[in-house]
Write a protein that binds this ligand. Structure first.
Ligand SMILES: Cc1cc2nc3c(=O)[nH]c(=O)nc-3n(C[C@H](O)[C@H](O)[C@H](O)COP(=O)(O)OP(=O)(O)OC[C@H]3O[C@@H](n4cnc5c(N)ncnc54)[C@H](O)[C@@H]3O)c2cc1C
Ligand code: SF4
Length: 528
C-alpha cells in the first residue's frame, strides 16, 4: 500500500491550489516543496535586496542555447512564483482557447473549450479574492458570477490616465487584482496598498498568493502534510512504465523514496520538464511520458517589455497596478493580427534603476534618477509568443536545465509599443520618452525572465503530439498528472496564474472523482 493517496510536487499556483481542493476529502495528501517558507523580514519590502541583490531568486544556473550560463528568475518557496508575483489575475480570453492567426503563425486551440474552464475560473477568483469590475474590458470572456470583490480604485494620476484614454476613444478597465484589500474599511484591511507589491513578497501576507490562500488553509486539514526543503529528483515506475511507483526526494541532505497512488507534478514549466526528462528509464528512454518527444518543447513566456513613460505632472501613485488596456489585443484596423495586452506594473523607484543603462545614459544626468522616479508611469506590454518545438527545455549532462528560445511575434510587439508611444501626447506624458526597462525583468538576458514560463508538457487529444490528456494525466502513465503552466498549448497575452489556479481546481475535481471522494464544497463568498 502506498504511503499517500496523492503526492503533489510543487506548492505554487497549480500544485498549491490543487492541494487545497483535495484537502477536505480526508485522503492522505503529501505536498513536496523544494523551497522553504519565504522569511518574513523587513527586506521583503526593500527594493535594494529584492531588485538589486535578488534576495529571493534561486541560485540555480541554467544555460541558454549557446551554453551561456544565466541565473533564471525563479523563486523556490512555499507558494512558488506567486510569492513574488504581481497578482494580476486575468482569465484567458474565450478566443485564446481557439486557433488564432498571428503575424508569425497560428496559435493553436486548446483541447477543451472556455466553457469547461469557466466554473473553475469563477472558483479561482473566489479562492484568490480577485477584485475587478465586469463589463469594462471589451475582450473579457463571459462569466457565471461577478468578481467576488469590487475593483481596486485608481489613485488620482491613474484615474487621470484612464480619463485621458477614454477621451482618446479607448476602453481602459480596472485590472483584476488579487489582494486582500477592503477599501471600505481600511483600518481592518489586511492590504495597505503599498508601493512594494509587484515583484516583492508581501510582508503582511495580504497578497493573494498560493502560500497564504491555498497551502496554509490546506494544512489545517490533518490529512495534508507538507515537506519543505524537499526536492523531487526522479520518478520511478513499474517495469512496464505504466505507473509511477516512487518519488525520489532529496531532503535535508538525504535521499528517500516516497510512494503515492497518484502523483501530481507541478514544479513550474521548466522544472517539471526537467523532472520528467531526469526520470528516463528503459521503459521511457527519452524521459518519462515522453514517447511523443514533446516534453520540454513549445516553451513560451510571453514576448514582453516593461516600459517607463514620463508624466509631465509628478506621478505620486503608490499602488499603480490598477489599470489595463486590451484595445489592441486582437489587432487594429490597419494591423489585422493580435498585438497583446497593456497593463500597469508596480511604481518604479530610483533604487530599481541602479545599473539600468538606458535610463542612466538617456535620461540622467540631465534628470536625476529621483526625478525620473517622481514622474515615471510604468507599463507592461505583453504579446503572445507562439509554441515552437525548438523553444525547449533540455537536460544537460551535468543535470542542469538548458533553455533554447527564439522569440516570435516581434512585429506585433513593436506595434504595441508604438501604439502606446503614439498615445503619450494625449496622456499628459513626454512624447519622446518611452524607455524599455530591464530591472523589472531583473536581468538583461531576456531568456532569464522566466516569470511567465509555460508550455513544456502540453495537453491534447493526440498522444503523438501532446504529453497530457485533457485531464492533465500523462498519456503514457496512468497515475501521473502535471498541473502547473506546463499544460498550456498556447499562452494568450494575459498573465497566466489564474489559469493555472483554475486548472488546478479542475484537475482536483477529476482526482476526487477518480478516488471516489466527495467533491469539494463551493467556495464561500469570503470577506477581505
Ligand atoms: C515577479 C513575478 C511577477 C509575476 N506577476 C504575475 C501576475 O501579475 N499575474 C500572473 O498571472 N502571473 C504572474 N507571474 C507568473 C505566475 O507567478 C506564474 O505563472 C505561476 O506562479 C505559475 O504557477 P506554477 O504552478 O506553474 O509554478 P510556480 O508557482 O512557480 O510553482 C512551482 C513550485 O514548484 C517548486 N519546485 C520546483 N521544482 C521542484 C522539485 N523538483 N521538487 C519540489 N518542488 C519543486 C517551486 O519551488 C515552486 O514552489 C509573475 C511571476 C513573477 C516571478
Ligand atoms: S499592496 Fe497590499 S498585497 Fe501588495 S505587498 Fe502591499 S500590503 Fe501586500
Amino acid at each position: 500500500m502506498s504511503a499517500y493517496d496523492v503526492i503533489v510536487i510543487g506548492s505554487g499556483a497549480g500544485g498549491g491550489t490543487l492541494a487545497h481542493r483535495l484537502a477536505p476529502s480526508g485522503r492522505r495528501i503529501l505536498l513536496i516543496e523544494r523551497g522553504d517558507w519565504l522569511p518574513r523580514e523587513p527586506q521583503n519590502w526593500d527594493a535594494g535586496p529584492v531588485f538589486v541583490d535578488n534576495r529571493y531568486v534561486s541560485p540555480d544556473t541554467w544555460y541558454d542555447a549557446e551554453g551561456k550560463p544565466f541565473q533564471p528568475q525563479v523563486h523556490y518557496f512555499v507558494g512558488g512564483a506567486t510569492k513574488l508575483y504581481g497578482a494580476a489575475l486575468y482569465r484567458l480570453r474565450q478566443e485564446d482557447f481557439l486557433p488564432l492567426t498571428h503575424y508569425d503563425g497560428i496559435s493553436p486551440g486548446w483541447p477543451i473549450e472556455y466553457e469547461e474552464m469557466e466554473p473553475y475560473y469563477t472558483l479561482a477568483e473566489q479562492r484568490y479574492q480577485v477584485h475587478g469590475a465586469r463589463g469594462e474590458d471589451p475582450t473579457e470572456p463571459w462569466s457565471s458570477a461577478p468578481y467576488p470583490f469590487p475593483a481596486v480604485s485608481h489613485e488620482p494620476r491613474i484615474q487621470q490616465l484612464s480619463d485621458d484614454l477614454e477621451r482618446a476613444g479607448h476602453q481602459p478597465f480596472h485590472a483584476p487584482c488579487g489582494v486582500v484589500l477592503d477599501e471600505a474599511d481600511m483600518p481592518h484591511s489586511a492590504c495597505v496598498r503599498c508601493a512594494t507589491c509587484d515583484g516583492f513578497p508581501c510582508l503582511v501576507h495580504a497578497k493573494s498568493d498560493a502560500d497564504v490562500l491555498a497551502v496554509r488553509p490546506a494544512l489545517e486539514h490533518s490529512n495534508v502534510e507538507l515537506w519543505t526543503n524537499a526536492e523531487a529528483v526522479r520518478l520511478e515506475t513499474n517495469a512496464a512504465g505504466t505507473a509511477v511507483t516512487g518519488v525520489v526526494v532529496e531532503r535535508n541532505g538525504e535521499r528517500e523514496t516516497v510512494t503515492g497512488d497518484l502523483v501530481v507534478v507541478s514544479c513550474g514549466a521548466a522544472n517539471s520538464a526537467k523532472l520528467l526528462l531526469a526520470s528516463a528509464s528503459d521503459a521511457h528512454p527519452r524521459g518519462l511520458a515522453n514517447g511523443s518527444d514533446q516534453v520540454g518543447r513549445n516553451y513560451m513566456f510571453h514576448n514582453s517589455v516593461a516600459v517607463l513613460a514620463l508624466s509631465k505632472e509628478p506621478n505620486p501613485t503608490v499602488f499603480q497596478k490598477t489599470l489595463g488596456l486590451n484595445d489592441f489585443y486582437y489587432g487594429t484596423t490597419d494591423f489585422d493580427y493580435p498585438m497583446g495586452n497593456i497593463q500597469m506594473v508596480g511604481k518604479s523607484s530610483a533604487q530599481m534603476y541602479r545599473g539600468e543603462k538606458p535610463i542612466q545614459t538617456r535620461l540622467a544626468p540631465e534628470r536625476t534618477l529621483e526625478e525620473v522616479a517622481r514622474h515615471a508611469v510604468d507599463f507592461w506590454l505583453s504579446t503572445e509568443d507562439l509554441p515552437r518545438p525548438d523553444n525547449r527545455v533540455t537536460l544537460r549532462d551535468d543535470g542542469n536545465i538548458a533553455l533554447a528560445y527564439t522569440p516570435s511575434n516581434d512585429e506585433p510587439k513593436a506595434r504595441l509599443y508604438h501604439q502606446l508611444k503614439s498615445l503619450l501626447g494625449v496622456l499628459g506624458m513626454h512624447h519622446d520618452h518611452l524607455l524599455p526597462r530591464h530591472a523589472y525583468l531583473k536581468n538583461d538576458i531576456p531568456v532569464a525572465g522566466v516569470a511567465h514560463q509555460a508550455g513544456t508538457c502540453r495537453f491534447g487529444h493526440d498522444p503523438a503530439t501532446s504529453v497530457l490528456n485533457t485531464d492533465c494525466r500523462a498519456h503514457e502513465v496512468d497515475n501521473l498528472y502535471v498541473v502547473d503552466t506546463s499544460f498550456f498549448p498556447s499562452i494568450g497575452a494575459v498573465n497566466p496564474a489564474l489559469t493555472a489556479m483554475a486548472n488546478g481546481l479542475r484537475v482536483g475535481d477529476h482526482l476526487l472523482q477518480r478516488m471516489g471522494a466527495p467533491e469539494s464544497q463551493p467556495e464561500p463568498a469570503g470577506v477581505a
